[in-house]
Write a protein that binds this ligand. Structure first.
Ligand SMILES: Cc1cc2nc3c(=O)[nH]c(=O)nc-3n(C[C@H](O)[C@H](O)[C@H](O)COP(=O)(O)OP(=O)(O)OC[C@H]3O[C@@H](n4cnc5c(N)ncnc54)[C@H](O)[C@@H]3O)c2cc1C
Length: 380
């Protein structure tokens, strides 16, 4: 492979930044283009569960300083996943007693992004939206930005999430489907007063409660090992249901203010156990936002070339398995391993990556869909 190829990465989210770290430290010329104007405006849920695969991928991709920063600002380890009825009767519990002390079990999305950005200031360009790309006559990739201007590289990696502009051009036939579930994501800041409302188990990991109408709620604490500046410990409080159960159309849902969405969550749980009801009633009223649960339909392999995809851009999945970010991190580690191997041409490296990434990613989509079927009683 040629020396110092230029790698363009569309999207500075979980997978794009992990890839940028490992390629940059591997000596490649890397540029990340991220549409968000600043690092702190992602609305995708507050807490991300990191599993052993995600930990291994982080260790493979990140230099010590970034990994230490992420670990320091991660949440105190949890050891439980439990399910409850809406009357707070436990119906299942799985414990994970031997979590190593230095393992990262969950992170706050903003703190995670700050950690992933460690040392990448000159490489990540915020406020640059990749609108499209073209392959040049010499076989390079020219990226066009919505804000104007272009950049050219030897490889373009679409790490631009579920709405990927790169996927639209590369695989116009790829389909993103709607599972028919809407989530109201929110949080309750933990203070002396609200801490007393939280059942002990809800601090220990991820807890799910559901009623017979297919309405479910997830709760998980984030107590930072070291609190990032301006951050507070919190309990993630999320409600999931169909539009019919919520009693609102999408148009109404997406027009609502955070406070109106909070109100909707409070109303939807009005006949639940008082402890659960209270967790919504005392949640931060300005912190709620809606999410449409989507997933990618499996696509066949394509001819490898100077453009590839990773993470949600190719295999988006419902958050039910808590593995989307972990899979994006694994993609970053696999792609980097192939690209940094001196044995292969760039195209062979991309081909080898896609051979591993595609079945792995879509098997994970299937697993997440099966779990969504169990939790919501809705199959794809
Ligand atoms: C509510 C919720 C909770 C979740 N919880 C978990 C969990 O606990 N564990 C887990 O493993 N996964 C979880 N996931 C899934 C996880 O967030 C995603 O799978 C993961 O973020 C995918 O990483 P990515 O890098 O592919 O995409 P993203 O992290 O979404 O990053 C894509 C980036 O591309 C940028 N972008 C988009 N379009 C463009 C463009 N045209 N030009 C430039 N930039 C662009 C976006 O702004 C974004 O920063 C959750 C998802 C949701 C929605």
């Amino acid at each position: 492979m040629s020396t110092h190829p230029r790698i363009l990465i569309a999207g500075g989210g979980v997978g794009g930044l992990a890839l940028a770290q490992v390629l940059h430290h591997g000596g490649l010329d890397v540029a990340v283009y991220e549409q968000d104007p600043t690092p702190r405006i992602r609305n995708q849920g507050y807490r991300i569960h990191i599993d052993p695969d995600g930990n291994a991928a982080l260790r493979a991709c990140l230099p010590r300083a970034a990994l230490d920063r992420i670990r320091e600002t991660s949440g105190v380890s949890g050891d439980l996943v439990a399910g409850y009825t809406h009357r707070l009767e436990q119906v299942m519990a799985q414990t994970f007693p031997n979590v190593p002390a230095d393992e990262i079990t969950h992170v706050d999305r903003n703190a995670f992004r700050a950690g992933l950005l460690t040392g990448l200031t000159d490489i990540v360009h915020f406020g640059r939206t990749v609108a499209d790309y073209r392959i040049t006559e010499s076989g390079r990739v020219r990226v066009e930005f919505a804000e104007g201007g272009t950049d050219e590289g030897d490889l373009l990696v679409g790490a631009d999430g579920v709405g990927s502009a790169v996927r639209r051009r590369l695989l116009p036939h790829a389909e993103i489907a709607d599972l028919g579930i809407r989530c109201l994501y929110g949080r309750m800041t933990i203070t002396e007063a609200t801490a007393a409302l939280i059942p002990d188990d809800f601090y220990r990991g991820f807890c799910w409660a559901a009623d017979e109408s297919g309405c479910g709620a997830g709760f998980a604490g984030v107590r930072f090992r070291t609190r990032p500046e301006g951050a507070s410990d919190y309990l993630m409080t999320t409600l999931a249901a169909t539009n019919e159960r919520l009693g609102v159309t999408d148009e109404e849902l997406y027009r609502r203010t955070p406070k109106q969405l909070w109100q909707l969550a409070v109303e939807a749980t009005a006949d639940w156990h008082p402890t659960l009801r209270e967790l919504f009633a005392r949640a931060d009223t300005d912190a709620f936002f809606p999410i449409t649960i989507r997933y990618a339909r499996r696509v066949d392999p394509w001819q490898p070339g100077p453009v590839t995809l990773l993470g949600d851009a190719i295999h988006t999945m419902p958050p039910t398995g808590g593995v989307g970010a972990n899979t994006a991190l694994r993609d970053a580690a696999t792609l980097a391993e192939q690209l940094l191997s001196s044995e292969r041409s760039r195209t062979d490296a991309v081909a080898a990556y896609e051979t591993i990434m595609l079945p792995r990613g879509f098997d994970t989509v299937d697993q997440s869909l099966r779990l969504a079927g169990q939790l919501f009683g809705r199959s794809a």
